[in-house]
Design a protein around this ligand. Structure first.
Ligand SMILES: [Fe+2]
Length: 508
């Protein structure tokens, strides 16, 4: 086919798609939701993810069955094209494609792009392979709970622009199945319905990719992602295969076990500095017993994998990518008149708190196997928490609040990118500090909390310390204004958060 005809066909396809998209998604799109039509047929951008030392997954979507070329180079001008190849988008995968690019150098930034026909070139993405053993510094962005209707993705845009962030770790609720009635900030018309078929799950992913700030975060950072309940909305794999299929199609994930797509848990290693186990407590909780009548939260296969991997690991730090709070959020003692959520013991028994016996077993493992320097990276609650992992936080004989003695590791809960938290639930802003104080009093192992801000968290790792810092941004308006919490530090070998109060810029 002559190239000019092919190009014309491509443009026609793009036009048809845009018309179809406009019909499919809404009659009216809210602010800052549009396809990247300048790059047709690559209307939804590019992405990279699941790096190894020598490979990375690159992703795009183009509504064509014609061949597409991809290029990976060491420079953004593509003057020294390192790797190149050809691939196809197929309706079988909703025209998405992920290419596993091999033969790369460790710890190198690469530029990548896709080309259709003679001259239709995609956005240029930037990817980073995992470092070799010489690495002495690592900085991650930890994110979760990005609700497109709940607010603007200012945080995605900001972290995409930051050159000091190496990788993005998403611990779930990348998309939202439902619409919270309190969070109508950027609503399409008509209001989206909960997806229940594969086509609807795909459509939800596509809708999200109309956001240019999300596209930028996917384009500029290499992602390590996993799902949580809103990405699937069934805690039962037999019934949520469509949600999982769409998730794998739209995110650049190297499926860890093609025979078991439900096993998304996997490990990444940053030289001798840190490993990152992405664990999945959502899909497997309560489905199996680890002992007679004792429910497992990870399921027996994953539980064995995690412990074996941690036992064998030789890295200094052990990062756990974990969807929902590990370290317990106690509500016992709160006056009944306050109608606190939860079961009277815990605020949120859906998370590890609902599997307290299995959690004690995990803590016992960390203790007896001498697994130190555990930093748990969590999302889900849309609020910020800094937590010591204390098996019995209120027992002064085993955990010392003032020093942290008795803690077996630490946890940081990142706030939501945009999904609602306390003030979206119509709790007056002036009352929230009172709830924060009450929560801290009930939970001696919680070092710091923040219940109404949104954003992302940087995790900065060196051989001697790991630092978490919350980066807060507006969600109700398009804004570049960013504020920071003070940094929270865990020293190597301490297994609890440092009690010293650092200044905002001490580790920036
Ligand atoms: Fe969420």
């Amino acid at each position: 086919m002559p190239l000019s005809i092919r190009s014309a066909l491509c443009l026609l396809l793009s036009f048809c798609y845009l018309s179809a998209a406009a019909q499919t998604h809404s009659r009216t799109l809210p602010d800052r939701m549009y396809a990247d039509s300048a790059y047709a047929p690559f209307l939804f951008g590019v992405a990279s993810g699941d790096p190894t030392r020598t490979s990375v997954m690159i992703w795009t979507r183009a509504e064509t069955t014609e061949p597409i070329r991809w290029e990976v180079a060491a420079d953004s001008n593509f003057s020294f094209t390192g790797r190149t190849g050809q691939t196809y988008c197929s309706p079988d995968h909703d025209y998405t494609v992920s290419v596993d690019v091999n033969g790369l150098e460790p710890g190198h930034h690469y530029y990548y792009r896709f080309i259709f026909g003679a001259d239709r070139v995609s956005q240029t993405g930037r990817a980073l392979t995992l470092p070799d053993d010489s690495v002495k510094h690592l900085r991650l962005a930890l994110v979760s709970c990005s609700g497109a209707w709940s607010g603007y993705f200012n945080a995605y845009r900001r972290l995409a622009q930051r050159d000091d962030i190496d990788y993005l770790v998403h611990v779930g609720d990348y998309i939202y199945d439902d619409v919270d009635p309190d969070e109508h900030v950027r609503m399409p018309d008509p209001e989206p319905q909960n997806p229940s078929t594969l086509a609807e799950w795909r459509d939800r992913h596509l809708y999200y990719l109309l956001d240019p700030d999300l596209r930028l975060a996917r384009q500029n950072k290499t992602w390590i992602a996993e799902w949580d309940n809103h990405d699937n909305h069934y805690s039962n794999f037999e019934h949520n295969a469509d949600g999982l299929t769409a998730f794998y199609e739209y995110l650049p994930i190297r499926m860890p076990d093609t025979m078991h797509p439900e096993y998304i848990f996997r490990r990444f290693q940053f030289g001798g500095l840190a490993d990152l186990h992405m664990i999945d407590m959502y899909l497997f909780r309560g489905r199996e017993d680890f002992a007679a009548g004792q429910k497992s939260i990870l399921g027996n296969v994953q539980d064995a994998w995690l412990k074996k991997s941690l036992t064998r690991s030789t890295t200094t730090w052990h990062l756990l990518g974990n969807q929902e709070m590990l370290g317990s959020w106690l509500s016992k003692g709160i006056p009944k008149s306050m109608h606190a959520p939860g079961d009277g013991t815990y605020f949120n028994p859906q998370d590890w708190d609902g599997y307290a016996t299995d959690r004690q077993r995990f803590y016992h493992y960390l203790d007896t196997a001498h697994i130190h320097n555990v930093v748990t990276l969590t999302g889900d609650l849309h609020m910020s928490f800094i937590i010591d992992l204390a098996p019995d936080p209120r027992d002064r004989r085993t955990y010392h609040r003032r020093t942290g003695r008795g803690s077996l590791g630490v946890e940081v809960l990142t706030p939501s990118i945009s999904a609602g938290n306390m003030d979206e639930e119509h709790i007056p802003r002036c009352l929230i500090p009172i709830f924060q104080r009450l929560s801290l009093d009930l939970n001696p192992h919680h070092r710091w909390v923040q219940f109404w801000k949104h954003g992302y968290t940087t995790i900065d790792v060196t051989p001697e310390r790991c630092v978490a810092q919350f980066c807060y941004m507006d969600i109700l308006h398009y804004s570049d204004r960013e504020t920071y919490s003070r940094p929270f530090v865990v020293r190597r070998g301490a297994d609890h958060w440092d009690r010293k109060k650092y200044r905002k810029n001490d580790f920036r």
